[in-house]
Design a protein around this ligand. Structure first.
Ligand SMILES: Nc1ncnc2c1ncn2[C@@H]1O[C@H](COP(=O)(O)OP(=O)(O)O)[C@@H](O)[C@H]1O
Ligand SMILES: [Mg+2]
Length: 337
């Protein structure tokens, strides 16, 4: 029952517009205490804007957001006391040592003097930087810098930690290590974590629940397991040579038993089917009847990529180009003005 559930984050019809552009569009969600919740979406989807509202750095245009029941617009001070925020760009000072960076953070966060050393030692152990604490950050790798950045956001023991694209730009091995540290930190402090990402695997690995966000709107919210399960049992990917029978081919495919949904992306098709092994021979039958040449066909269990395509109609990469198109459009508008 709702009365027993404590929410760390609640938004109600949260909306943010910049001029005639709606970056965050009517978002309502609740994140329970201790949950790891992720926003998965392409560049320009509205992830950072949402985080900036939740961390009191931007005011919403309309709607409401509460952190530990404090309103971000009217109780900003209390909200800030409850949160940690690690932004996308690395913010640690390159010319200070690891420890000096954390000392600076501790002072900025008004941590009691007699607590500072203890907390820094504890956090350095947790992120395994004790050995490197007296080296200047210039000598640190990208992954070490990110770990230090995350550590800085934890010193005041926030109830809610915001991580905006925590592993963007890092190589896959380093990314996996950061995931382990995030899990470790969550096990240790049990805080609520709200993270954003455009990496499917990251959302899948870390999050209890995911909100798929595209063009400022939430398309769906659920656990990675449920999202994948709801896709139907299997995914059939087809690449075919387009010809005059394309339309008949597509409409015949739609009629096959067990085919629940088809996504069409040029000559690439994704079929969501509850019984893939029965469906594949039928696809070949139809294609040979209509003289359509299939260049590749594969059958796989659904992944979060498939979930994303199913809800947004495009791959997450396409989102980047849409983002760039928007930028281009804005640039043209400026040039014309
Ligand atoms: N300060 C701003 N002024 C104007 N437009 C902005 C501003 N910040 C973000 N936007 C626009 O809002 C949309 C969402 O951006 P953002 O929240 O940064 O997306 P994401 O973090 O998902 O990549 C984009 O189209 C972006 O161009
Ligand atoms: Mg962003």
């Amino acid at each position: 029952m709702r009365s027993n559930v404590l929410y760390s984050i609640e938004t109600k019809s949260l909306t943010k517009s910049f001029g005639d552009e709606t970056a965050v569009n009517d978002i309502s969600l609740s994140v329970e205490d201790g949950e790891i919740f992720g926003f998965l979406g392409p560049n320009g989807a509205g992830k950072s804007t949402t985080i900036m509202i939740l961390t009191t750095l931007l005011k919403p245009t309309s709607g409401q957001a509460l952190i530990s029941s404090f309103d971000v617009a009217t109780n900003a001070k209390q909200v800030r006391q409850n949160i940690g925020y690690v932004q996308q760009e690395i913010t640690v000072d390159e010319y200070l040592t690891g420890r000096e960076n954390l000392l600076l953070q501790a002072k900025l966060n008004h941590i009691p003097k007699n607590e500072i050393d203890k907390r820094i030692d504890e956090i350095l152990t947790l992120i395994e930087l004790t050995d490197k604490q007296d080296k200047t950050v210039v000598t640190y790798s990208g992954g070490m810098r990110k770990r230090l950045d995350i550590a800085g956001g934890l010193l005041h023991r926030p109830k809610v930690l915001f991580l905006d694209e925590p592993t963007v730009g890092l190589d896959i091995q380093t990314r996996r290590k950061i995931w382990q540290y995030i899990k470790k930190i969550h096990d240790e402090f049990k805080m609520t974590i709200f993270l954003t990402t455009h990496y499917m695997e990251e959302a899948d690995q870390l999050c209890d629940r995911i909100g798929i966000i595209d063009d400022g709107k939430i398309q769906v919210i659920d656990s990675p397991e449920n999202l994948k399960k709801a896709m139907g049992n299997e995914v059939i990917s087809i690449i075919f040579e387009e010809g005059e029978n394309r339309d008949s081919f597509l409409s015949e495919l739609e009629k096959i038993e067990f085919v629940n949904k088809i996504n069409k992306d040029g000559s690439k098709l994704t079929l969501f089917a509850s019984n893939g092994t029965e469906v594949i021979p039928k696809i070949f039958y139809i294609s040979s009847k209509l003289n359509i040449k299939i260049t590749s066909i594969s059958l796989t269990q659904p992944t979060l990529d498939d979930v994303f395509i199913s809800y947004t109609g495009h791959e997450i990469r396409d989102g980047d180009s849409k983002f760039n198109q928007k930028r281009e459009h804005a640039k043209m508008k400026r040039l014309r003005a």
